[in-house]
Design a protein around this ligand. Structure first.
Ligand code: 13P
Length: 245
């Protein structure tokens, strides 16, 4: 069985002081949950947050990285740099990166590979738009997003990462997928991974809150959550982690 993981994607929110305060609140109130908590602050705050997390069981992750190892890539951050800053995880292919910054499947696959080469655990984000869902394309879109990475790194490496199903229409909209809708996609992902993916963590993301987490987490193939807005409040995020226990 996959170890439950609750990941908090802070996106581009908060000052340095707020990042320190939020991580401190999480560390002070973390209990011996049997769930791995991980937080993903803005890149600039990673060092500060890493200091706050030291000695705690909360892991650190980054929201984006370059697919290249080093070189003349102005404005980019490499996987090695993130690793050095204390990161264990990295989000790849978040829908905001895909839709707002033009990241395509092949770049996402390159990032996944580069992350693993540097010892980071990539969390591959996949999901369909509302239009794709309405056209009945959900499973096809998700399978394609995963297959491009599988072709790049192979099934075993893919399964050593984490996959987060985040329907685009549920992100930041307050409209959460029903537990049945989410399980249907998670079940299909598990099937696609085959025997190598029995222990692969499959997270659900998209308007997760303490009030809807229990039913989602009760689904057979949902091993945790990728939480956006609700991870910016320590009490709410801790409550979600507790519900996974
Ligand atoms: P919300 O929880 O704010 O919908 O965001 C989900 C998300 O994009 C996490 O990566």
């Amino acid at each position: 069985m996959a170890k439950p993981l609750i990941a908090g994607n802070w996106k581009m929110h908060g000052t340095a002081a707020e990042a320190v305060a939020l991580s401190r609140q999480l560390v002070e109130n973390e209990q011996s949950f049997c769930v791995q908590m991980a937080i993903f602050p803005p890149t600039l705050h990673l060092g500060l947050v890493a200091s706050e997390l030291s000695g705690s069981s909360i892991a650190l992750g980054a929201q984006n990285m370059s697919e290249y190892r080093s070189g003349a890539f102005t404005g980019e951050v490499s996987a090695d740099m993130l690793k050095e800053a204390g990161c264990g995880y990295i989000l790849v292919g978040h829908s905001e990166r895909r839709t707002l910054f033009g990241e395509v499947d092949s770049t996402v696959a390159d990032k996944f590979k580069a992350a693993q080469n540097s010892g980071l655990v990539p969390i591959l984000c996949v999901g369909e738009t509302l239009q794709q869902r309405q056209q009945g394309l959900t499973l096809e879109v998700v399978a394609e997003q995963i297959n491009v990475v599988k072709e790049k790194v192979g099934i075993e490496s893919l399964c050593h990462g984490v996959i987060a199903y985040e329907p685009v229409w549920a992100i930041g909209s307050g409209e959460v997928a029903s537990p049945e809708q989410a399980q249907l996609v998670h079940g299909a992902i598990r099937e696609l991974l085959g025997s190598s993916g029995i222990d692969t963590s499959l997270l659900y993301g998209g308007s997760v809150k303490a009030s809807n987490a229990v039913e989602l987490f009760a689904q057979r193939d949902i091993d945790g959550g990728l939480v956006g807005g609700a991870s910016l409040e320590a009490d709410e995020f801790l409550k979600i982690a507790q519900l996974m226990t």
